[in-house]
Structure formats: C-alpha cells, structure tokens
Design a protein around this ligand. Structure first.
Ligand code: DON
Length: 313
C-alpha cells in the first residue's frame, strides 16, 4: 500500500497532535444532561491508532476509560444485523436525519420509523431487536461480551452509575421509545428496551480498547489478529457507510468535509473512526461542540487525516 507518509512517522504524528490538543484553547463543554458526564474534566485528551499491521500508537490519556455513549451504537448495530440481517431495514432507515441526535420530529410523519440506527430513536429500535424476548441484564451482558471479544480485552464493563443516572434522567429517550411503541415499532416492553439502551450507552472504554474493538471495520469485517471473521466484507462496508453519512448526526456532513472518514461520536466525548484498509482510530476529549460531538476529538481526527492522507475522498 502506498502512503503519503512513512508508517514510522505515525508515532510522531500522534505525539504531535496530542501535544497540540493539550494546548488547544477552545475545548467545548461536557454533556450537561447526564449528571456524571457533566463532572468530567474537559482538560483531558486521548488518542489511539491501531494499524492494519497490528501496530498501536497512543497519545495522552489513551488508557483512561470514559463513557462511550453513542459509540456503542456501532457494536449494537453489528449485533442486531447478525440477529435479523436485512430485516432490520424494515424498521430503521438508512438516511441522515439532519436533526439533533435526540429529535422526535420526523417520527410523526414517518410512521415511527427512525431515519437511521445512530440517532437515539434508531438505536432504541436496534436495542429492541437485540433484546428479542430476553431480559435487559442478559442482553447488556451479551453486548459487553461481544465488545470484549472485538477488543480482545475482558476488563471492559458497564459504568453502573452512568447507567442509573441515565435511567433516572433520560426523559427524552422514554418519550421516543413510547412514541415508537405507539406505532408498533417496538416489540419488547419499553422499560426493558430502555434498560438495555442505557446499559449499552454506559459501557466504559479507553481509546486503546475502542480502537482495538473497531479493527473489524478497517479490515473488511475480519479481526486482523487471528483472522476471525466478525461480519462479511459487504456488511463492514455498509456499517462504514452509515458511520460516514449518519455517525455525527446533524454534523455528519461537516465531519465528512473536515475528516473524510467513517466515524461515530458519543456525548462522553469519544469518537471511533475508521480508515478502511489502514487503521482503526479512537479519540477522546469530553468537551463537546454545539451538535454534541467532541470538539478536540474532531480537530485531532481532522489533523490526523490531513497528515496521513487517510481521507476516503
Ligand atoms: O441517549 C442519550 O442521549 C445518550 N445515552 C447517548 C447520546 C449520544 O451519545 C449522542 N452522541 N453524540
């Protein structure tokens, strides 16, 4: 593979970006609507790049666990597609919404079918699929085991305080779930579907763990270490396409413009990005921009894509 830089430079590029982010004046604000997230120090920044050859380059707080929040929607979607395949698309769309991640407006005229699996409404339908006829505790466990196997790391777990806090304050998600239930687009009990959804959002991971877990998306559906197939190449391509078009909600266009990589953000300040054939990348900085995506995480990815030439465009 010809690169516009030498792989040996990657260590220097990651170190340089980490240093630049430490000095960045405008760090955004942490999510205020989930109390434990509001308390996180916005001074933090971490980054991990796992290459197709298995090299790992890290910078800053790359081993600090944070709340992955909506980044978990990538793994939940992968699991749901494994359970029901393309039938999922009868219940969730594949178009960017152009609205905020927690918006309810389109559901009324679109018969309770969310625009895509990454907005909250779509992820709640995905949680309903993953719940099946099971119980939320077991389903959260199943998702956590799946993520652990992707990352080759058994220490990944749910932050129970974050999960509890969201179930106490997640009124918007309760509204979305009930609204979709009224259209017949949720099969399980609303409380159980939401317990799974809140549990999955509260998974805590470090940048290193997240970048490791994303390896199958850079490698055509295969975990490059050991060659274990997670999804087909076609499915990996489609998940990447959804991350590119919908992974940053109403800022997806801006993220594609600035970074040019499939990416999924979370309000904990993490972003998982994929350079197909090249690298799985995770960044974390808890300060968010106006659309609820990590301010410095986006800037760091923009600089990484610029300096490596990894943009898919
Ligand atoms: O449901 C929520 O609002 C949060 N648990 C997740 C939202 C989120 O991460 C949006 N991403 N930037």
């Amino acid at each position: 593979m010809s690169e516009s830089f030498r792989m040996t430079d990657l260590r220097a590029i990651v170190a340089e970006i980490t240093e630049e982010m430490a000095a960045a004046p405008d760090r955004g604000r942490p999510a205020s609507y989930i109390p434990p997230l509001a308390r996180v120090d916005v001074g933090q920044f971490g980054m991990a790049v796992v290459t197709a050859d298995g090299d790992v380059f890290t910078g800053g707080a790359a081993d600090e666990a944070f709340s992955v929040q909506s980044v978990s929607k990538v793994f939940a979607l992968t699991m749901a597609l494994g359970r029901v395949g393309d039938q999922l698309w009868d219940r969730v769309g594949r178009e960017p919404s152009g609205s905020a991640f927690n918006s309810i407006v389109q559901l009324e005229s679109e018969r309770g079918i969310p625009r895509n699996p990454f907005i909250n409404a779509g992820a709640i339908v995905v949680a309903d699929v993953n719940l099946g006829r099971g119980r939320p505790r077991e389903s959260v466990g199943e998702l956590v085991r799946f993520i652990r196997s992707l990352a080759d790391d058994d220490s990944i777990a749910v932050d129970a305080e974050v999960a509890r806090s969201e179930s106490e304050t997640g009124f918007r998600n309760v509204a979305l779930a009930n609204y979709m239930k009224s259209f017949g687009n949720l099969r399980g009990p609303v409380e159980d579907v939401l317990a799974l959804y809140f549990g999955q959002c509260a998974v805590a991971m470090s940048c290193r763990q997240l970048a490791m877990a994303g390896r199958y998306l850079m490698a055509g559906g295969v975990n490059p270490v050991g060659g274990h197939r997670v999804v087909s190449a076609a499915r990996a391509r489609r998940i990447n396409a959804l991350m590119l078009t919908c992974g940053h909600y109403d800022a997806s266009g801006d993220f594609a413009f600035r970074v040019g990589l499939p990416g999924k953000s979370g309000v904990g300040g993490g972003i998982l990005a994929v350079a197909p054939g090249r690298a799985s990348i995770a960044v974390w900085s808890p300060g968010l921009n106006a659309q609820g995506n990590s301010q410095l995480g986006t800037l760091a990815l923009e600089r990484l894509a610029m300096r490596t030439g990894w943009s898919v465009f």
